[in-house]
Design a protein around this ligand. Structure first.
Ligand SMILES: *Cc1c(COP(=O)(O)O)cnc(C)c1O
Length: 402
């Protein structure tokens, strides 16, 4: 199919739920991706963060093809070596105290398992989630997600979810009742614009959960696995949750979710109360094992710290020259550039110059590049963003306002 035909066909047969860009990808290598016109891009979308170790890492390609030729399926009713190894490895890298893992196929599913486990363990119904929080779009995870654009057509969602202001410990505590099971939170809000809570917030939530016997669920689907410079972002604040959700990037881009819990919490789910046909699939497990090896061997959390600082330095010096940038923030290679207006033109400007970036809300440019991006690509990407911003400043009225 030629690219026009590919676009037409997806548009004809696919659901119309994605904000599509008119671009057809052919091939990827590390942080570089090529389209059907042979144009080359630095990919700072990282396929929405799921391409954590870059496209087609040779070790992951090898692990997938090798496993595909040995055993392609193995339902959880039986045992298999690659899954056993993965479970052990995930628990090994997890914060201490999280000793059990349930494998599924997406971030949303990792949240579903967390919500069910928290309710079963506590015997309570209420869940406190954050305004601005994003946890997925299946009905359970959507009940924890804040954005009305995603929720409103599907009311009523699961009852007994309360949303409180992100970062406001007092409001969280006010929302706790005798029927509260859990608090669910992102350590840094991704979809809503790379938003950081006040320094003491996560610690405060931990103390509150201890005091009131609540389950603390930390959603690290976007922040986990080295993205922010530590294996898990909660480590920056020295907070360990009772349940930790991981997904994006864990299997080198293949579909996976993982819910890590304390032993007693996972034990509260009895036989049949939760399961997944594809969870822990051997090919996915092999990909995840290889991904974790790459993250550890290539010291990717450390790379995320160094390259993140390099990126932020470039972007902050641009901010000091610019009237249209409100804020530049980030940790490791999770970066947000907050503009004073809609960033559609800037995103397309970057794309024309060979850089793919994400939006998060209308005004925030979000960067989630593979952690294997090179320093030269970080510099080049920064230059492209600077140029796109300068172009926009020339044409926007804001830019010329004295
Ligand atoms: C992407 C994301 C999810 C949902 O993951 P899916 O794999 O799309 O279901 C949940 N939580 C956070 C923080 C995310 O970034």
């Amino acid at each position: 199919m030629n690219s026009q035909k590919i676009i037409e066909t997806e548009d004809t047969y696919g659901a119309n739920v994605y904000a599509k860009r008119p671009i057809v990808f052919m091939k990827g290598d590390e942080a570089t991706i090529w389209d059907s016109e042979g144009r080359e891009y630095i990919d700072c979308t990282g396929s929405y963060g799921s391409c954590l170790v870059g496209y087609c890492h040779p070790k992951i390609v090898h692990a997938i093809s090798e496993q595909a030729a040995i055993l392609s399926s193995c339902h959880g009713y039986a045992y298999t070596s690659v899954r056993a190894e993965l479970m052990k490895k995930i628990v090994d890298i997890a914060p201490k105290g999280l000793e059990k893992v349930f494998l599924s196929n997406s971030g949303s599913e990792s949240i579903e398992c967390a919500l069910k486990a928290a309710r079963k363990f506590t015997g309570k119904k209420e869940v406190i989630a954050m305004m601005g929080g994003f946890h997925g779009k299946t009905l359970g995870s959507l009940s924890a997600t804040w954005n009305m654009k995603y929720r409103s057509a599907f009311q009523p969602l699961i009852p007994h979810f309360k949303h409180v202001p992100y970062g406001n410990l007092e409001k969280v505590e006010d929302a706790v009742s005798t029927d509260t099971a859990a608090i669910v939170v992102e350590p840094i809000q991704g979809e809503t614009g790379v938003k950081f809570p006040p320094e003491e917030f996560l610690k405060g939530l931990r103390e509150l959960c201890n005091r009131k016997s609540l389950i603390l669920i930390i959603d690290e689907v976007q922040t986990g696995l080295g993205r922010t410079g530590k294996m898990f972002a909660c480590e920056h604040w020295k907070v360990t949750p009772d349940i930790l959700c991981v997904a994006k990037g864990l299997a080198g881009g293949l579909a996976i979710g993982a819910t890590l819990t304390r032993k007693d919490i996972m034990f509260s789910l009895s036989r049949g109360e939760h399961s997944s046909t594809y969870g822990g699939n051997p090919i996915t497990a092999a990909a995840a094992l290889a991904t974790l090896d790459v993250i550890l061997q290539e010291n990717l959390p450390q790379k995320a710290t160094e390259l993140g600082e390099r990126f932020l330095t470039h972007l902050r010096s641009m901010q000091s020259e610019s009237k249209i940038i409100r804020d530049v923030r980030g940790l490791g290679l999770m970066i947000g550039v907050d503009f004073r207006f809609d960033i559609y033109d800037i995103i397309t400007g970057c794309m024309r110059q060979g850089l793919l970036v994400l939006d998060a809300g209308r005004t925030v440019m979000r960067l989630l590049p593979p952690l294997t991006i090179s320093p030269e690509q970080v510099d080049k990407a920064s230059n492209i963003i600077v140029k796109a911003v300068e172009e926009k400043e020339k044409t926007s009225s804001l830019g010329s306002t004295p």
